[in-house]
Design a protein around this ligand. Sequence first.
Ligand SMILES: Cc1cc2nc3c(=O)[nH]c(=O)nc-3n(C[C@H](O)[C@H](O)[C@H](O)COP(=O)(O)O)c2cc1C
Ligand code: SF4
Ligand code: SF4
Length: 257
Amino acid sequence: MVLYFSGTGNTQYIAKLIADGLNDECLDLFDRIRSNDKSPLYSEKTYIICTPIYVCKMPLFLIKYLKSIRFKGNNKVYFVFTSGGYCGSAKIQAKIFSIRKKLKCLGCAEFVMPRNYVANNMYSMDDEDVIRFKISNSTKKVKQVVENIKNEKKLKTRHVWLFEILIITPFAPLWTKYKLVAKDFYSTNECIGCRICEKVCPLNNIKIVDGKPLWGKSCTHCMACISKCPKNAIEYGNITEGKKRYLLKDYVNDKAM
Ligand SMILES: Cc1cc2nc3c(=O)[nH]c(=O)nc-3n(C[C@H](O)[C@H](O)[C@H](O)COP(=O)(O)O)c2cc1C
Ligand code: SF4
Ligand code: SF4
């Protein structure tokens, strides 16, 4: 069973391609997370957990959710990461998670995909050529990963150095707590009250009040609201004005995206 969470489509795209290649079930965790559904999962086949990378790790809210559910049936798991290019210590996190859940980790695969983090001023967004190059490269890489998974081969990723772990371990949770927050989101006069932002938030953090979105306190900066607003009516402080939002579906022909 292929499981995924995706804010702007990159992880969904890779997860669906892998599931197609394996002829396996593909489950979007969005509804389960949003409704806090903690019923057990059951799969005869190996679990494949697909996730974006947030702040050099798998998103903390996702790990918290996955820790809270039971994985029944098969006890083997692969992890698939999509990132803008650096997965930090996610691989170590995956190993620790697997041990705690009594799952046998068969390795991780990393896919370099376009950067989606428009509400941040440390990294620029990728330009059009880079976006297309990354998607094309990752699409080609899926076949090789699928073959390895079919043959239950161990997946190998780059070595994570001790200094990376020492920096990321204290840094990531602090950054997540203090920086991945919704307080700077606001809607502009372009907002038509369509409620899409409210519906796409995995953490139920947006409510439409008097026809305009109001952001609550649980946000993970998944970029779904700001990137999926059909009117480009969401801004984040003074960081996002004039910046193009990224969505995978704008670059692939697949109608399912
Ligand atoms: C909050 C946040 C933090 C991110 N941190 C990293 C990072 O540490 N390294 C990296 O290479 N990309 C990082 N990215 C980029 C995403 O990992 C990448 O664009 C991913 O493919 C998005 O997947 P999605 O479209 O399925 O949501 C970050 C994106 C967000 C929104
Ligand atoms: S998605 Fe955009 S236009 Fe629709 S309610 Fe939200 S901010 Fe307004
Ligand atoms: S408020 Fe927006 S950025 Fe924050 S979790 Fe919800 S959809 Fe994602």
